[in-house]
Ligand binder design. Sequence first.
Ligand code: CA
Length: 390
Amino acid sequence: MVKVRLLLTHFSSFRGLVRSLSSCSRGARALCAGFAFEARDDVQPRRHPEPEGTSRSARADPPVQFGLGSAAMVKKLLVDVDCGVDDAQAIMMALAAPDVRVLGITCVHGNTSVENVCRNTLRVLKVCHSLEIPVFRGASRSILGHSLNLGHFHGKDGLGDVPDPKAPGLELVQNEGAVEAMIRIASEHVGEVSLVATAPLTNLALAVRLDPTFPQKLKGLYIMGGNTDSRGNSTTCAEFNFAADPEAAYIVLNDFLCPIYMACWEFTSLNKLSWEFCDLWLAQDSEKARFMEKIFAYCRKVSCAERCHEEMGDGTGFVPCDSYAMAAAIDDSFMVECMQVAVTVELTGTYTRGMMVLDHQELLSKNNKVFIMKKVDMEMFKELMMNALK
Ligand SMILES: [Ca+2]
């Protein structure tokens, strides 16, 4: 295990500046990603012309360029969701970020049926006036076809059971399937697309089986899922997205050879926001805030229930799980400290099926270690969250 600390205090105090510096972010990412980023260098788009003989350390500290807004600085995201309320929050965060372009949203089973996930995604895009973003339907079941039957944390329909009669119809969903679309989009933007996965990893597993080169075409993969301390939120020892499709999680964590950044369950629950912040967040005078207040009401009630206190370890609070992975994809300097370790997934345990296994002793001889978020810039997170509903 290698613990990587990012010395970004200075950058954090100049967050706006850092955001406009894609190459500076690249430097920060290089610190965090280590070998993985080196390995991807052949497919990284060249964002700033560099004089011959420029050293890596010199390249990590490029000239300051404010507000260029050039196409080369735009972050291209592909988002894979099981659109419950926290996926909606993450999508809205991405759509509100000025230097981010969402190339497509792929849908998968999880919080609700894949049809509801498609419907919910379209509702979110509508409230954000972003219905031009293509939505693709993906897997309706896990790799083995098992389902968890855990009840409905986000409501039966995944968005708090407050249907909108004027919601866009499923005819807006693309004819192309999610897995094919993922592979195509990554192939059209080799080395430029960050895939943010906030759902069971079924679509991603199918994609790497259809095209083994798919992961190498990505700039990086950001996952909300898994756990680090055997603390489950769905089964005794497994986090929901992994428990919902352990085989898919296993395939992704073993066969995706791109840099992988993970917001795991314990990390998200330890970095919860206060309900006071949540009140301020929802009190913003905007159509988006009113939408969020409505779809979040059910989920908030459940979050405050006794069982959730136990799940979260140290008391209740607002945990927008999927948004931590999204924030990392939006702004490299969000991740302050990561743990670099090889991981896999338990598939056969009586009590531990779906649990993420950390190879601290390096007995698995894996090269593709993941970066598990340990410490993040919570002030930046709050700002991204607030902006999402403006
Ligand atoms: Ca999700």
